[in-house]
Ligand binder design. Structure first.
Ligand code: AMP
Ligand code: MN
Length: 271
């Protein structure tokens, strides 16, 4: 609810528990404002919890996401870093709206803002929901495909945090930095190798292997990458909303057995 999910932390915690989740983390984009509620919700249900965030990073002209788990969400360094990262969202959203107006779809900023509530947190997902509600597209995937991805009218290139800063904010506040859904970035093999190597050199330790954004073939590919780089492996649903997400909480397959799970290294940070 503080970024682009539709459920409140307590509703998510209840859903996680009902689906048999044993350890949960709420990972809003660029924001830790939901952590206190998520922690309290998990505690009230007896569910184990790790603090979480998903930081937007620009690497090789692409946007990638770095997940932080188990950090201290009250640490001023990560809070100020995330505040600066969020700072560009409103300007970018206004530019996206201007571009969409040029192709005959006016007032998208206002429409998306209705879904976001706060301009600081406005995201492409809110534009997608607005364009579905106003009948331009029939679902959010179609909006991304036709309007919000590179080369499409509503796409605005944006500079997010640097990889080095994002990893540093997480590790300096006692957390672990993890590459989110690497299969989604469309890197060439050379770019991908550079990304993994730089991430590791900055102190990154984990990689998502099993996620709602990967195909079963990608589970296998990134299990091999985890072994090659000696990364711990993570498993995350990327669940945003009951209507939009392909994968529900607690329904992904297990990690391949040969991998070292991130939660084993984060045991001391579990609440
Ligand atoms: P933003 O941070 O504003 O760039 O928006 C990122 C959000 O867009 C994330 O929550 C993603 O889940 C969602 N997203 C990105 N690409 C797609 C896509 N191709 N289809 C559906 N959702 C997407
Ligand atoms: Mn993501």
């Amino acid at each position: 609810m503080v970024s682009d999910g539709t459920l409140t932390p307590i509703a998510l915690a209840q859903r996680a528990q009902k689906n048999g989740v044993e350890l949960w983390s709420l990972t809003d984009h660029d924001e830790v404002g939901g952590q206190a509620q998520a922690k309290a919700s998990a505690k009230s249900l007896g569910l184990s919890y790790l603090t979480g965030v998903e930081i937007s990073v620009t690497f090789a002209h692409k946007t990638v996401h770095i997940v932080g788990l188990g950090f201290d969400d009250e640490d001023p360094l990560i809070q100020s870093g995330l505040l600066a990262t969020r700072g560009g969202r409103e300007k970018r959203a206004r530019e996206m709206s201007d571009q969409l107006a040029k192709v005959g779809i006016p007032n998208c900023f206002e429409g998306a803002l209705n879904f976001a509530g706060n301009p600081e947190l406005i995201s492409r997902t809110h534009f997608a929901r607005h364009l579905v509600e106003s009948g331009v597209c029939s679902d959010t995937n179609e909006v991304f495909k036709n309007y919000l991805t590179e080369g499409k009218p509503g796409f605005i290139e944006h500079r997010w945090a640097s990889l080095k800063d994002a990893v540093h904010w997480i590790t300096a506040s006692k957390g672990m930095a993890i590459i989110a859904h690497p299969g989604r970035y469309g890197f060439t093999p050379t770019e991908e190798f550079a990304f993994m190597s730089e991430f590791k050199a900055h102190g990154g330790q984990g990689i998502e292997v099993v996620t709602g954004s990967h195909t079963p073939d990608e589970y296998i590919k990134y299990a091999d990458v985890a072994l090659e780089f000696d990364f711990a492996a993570s498993r995350g649903s990327d669940f945003h909303s009951p209507n939009e997400s392909r994968i529900d909480l607690g329904s992904l397959p297990w990690l391949p057995g040969k991998l070292k799970p991130v939660w084993e290294l984060l045991e001391h940070r579990i609440q």
